[in-house]
Design a protein around this ligand. Sequence first.
Ligand code: ADP
Ligand code: MG
Length: 321
Amino acid sequence: MIRADGLTVSIGGAAALRGATFSIEAGERVGVVGESGSGKSMLAFALMGMAPEAARVTGSLLFDGREMACAAEADWAQLRARRAAMIFQEPLSALNPLRRIGDIVMEPLRVHLRLSRDAAEARARALFEEVGLPEDRFRQFPHEISGGQRQRVLIALALACDPGLLIADEPTTALDAHVALRVIDLLKRLSAERRMALLFISHDLAAVVRATERLIVMYGGDMVETGPTAEVLAAPAHPYTKGLLAARPRIEAAPRGADGRRARLATIPGTVPGLLSLPTGCRFSGRCPLERTGCAKSRPALRPTEAGAAACVLIGAEAEA
Ligand SMILES: Nc1ncnc2c1ncn2[C@@H]1O[C@H](COP(=O)(O)OP(=O)(O)O)[C@@H](O)[C@H]1O
Ligand SMILES: [Mg+2]
C-alpha cells in the first residue's frame, strides 16, 4: 500500500527525515520507535502530506501505487479524506472543547462523505460502539469524558472515512498504563477487522511490542534498524536499539537500594542533538559507545542482520574480519 524510497524531508538545508526506505502492506501493523526528536512525527507528517511548509520533500513515496512525494495539496487532501488518517500527538488539543463529541465525529461524515444528518448520526453511533464508547457519551463535551475515552473519540474520528492506513502518533503517551493497554488492543482489533494498516509511533518500547508486528527504529531522522518487532528486540543489532532496550524501565528488575528506592536505570547518555548539530555520517556517533573513527563522517547503509536490517559499520564487520 505504501512504498517509501529515499524519502527525505529537509528543513533549512538539514534533513529531519533522511532517506527513509520501507513499505507497509494492507492490514500490517508497523511500529516506529525512538527518543524524542528522532524524527518519528516528521515521518508521520511526510506520509500524510503534512510536512512543514518550509520543508522540502524529496525521494519517492508511493501510496496505492501513486507517486505522492511531490503531489499537489489538493491530491493530498483527497487522500487524507479517503485513505489515510492520523491521530495526533496532543489528544486534548485535537478536540474542540465547545462541541459535543457526537457532533465532532459526525462532521467528517457530513463533509467528506456528504451523508445526511440522520445517516451521519447513525454511522457516528456505530463508530462509538466500534471503539467502545458508551452511547450516553454522544451528547457530552470533551471535558466530561476521561482521557482514555477522548482517545477513543479521536480513533472514531480517524475511522470515520474508513481509511486504509491509520497513523497513531504517541496515542498512549498521555494515558495511564492500564488505559494505554486497552487502547492498544482496540487499535489491533480495528486493524484486523478492517484490514487497516497501522503505523504506531511511540517512544515506549513496551507499547510498540504489544501493538506491532514490524518495527522501525529511528534516530536523528534516520531509520537505524528494522525487522519483525519481536525478533529485533530479542536480538538488536544497532547500538542505538541496544541502548533503547537497556534504558527501558523494568520496574520488577530494578533492585531497591537501602533507602527503598529503585536504582537508577541505565540510559543512553545525552539527548538527540538538534537538526543542525547532527553529524553528517552516522547520526548516533557522538553518543555511541561503540563509535569508531570515521563513523561521524560516513553514513552506513542498512545491511541485513539476523532479525532484519540495521545501519551500522559494525554490522557484518565480524564476518568480514
Ligand atoms: N516545523 C519544524 N521546523 C523545523 N524543525 C522541526 C519542525 N518539526 C520538527 N522539527 C525538528 O525535526 C526533528 C524531528 O522532530 P520530530 O519528528 O518531532 O521528532 P519525534 O516525533 O521523534 O519526537 C527535531 O530535531 C525537531 O526539532
Ligand atoms: Mg513526535
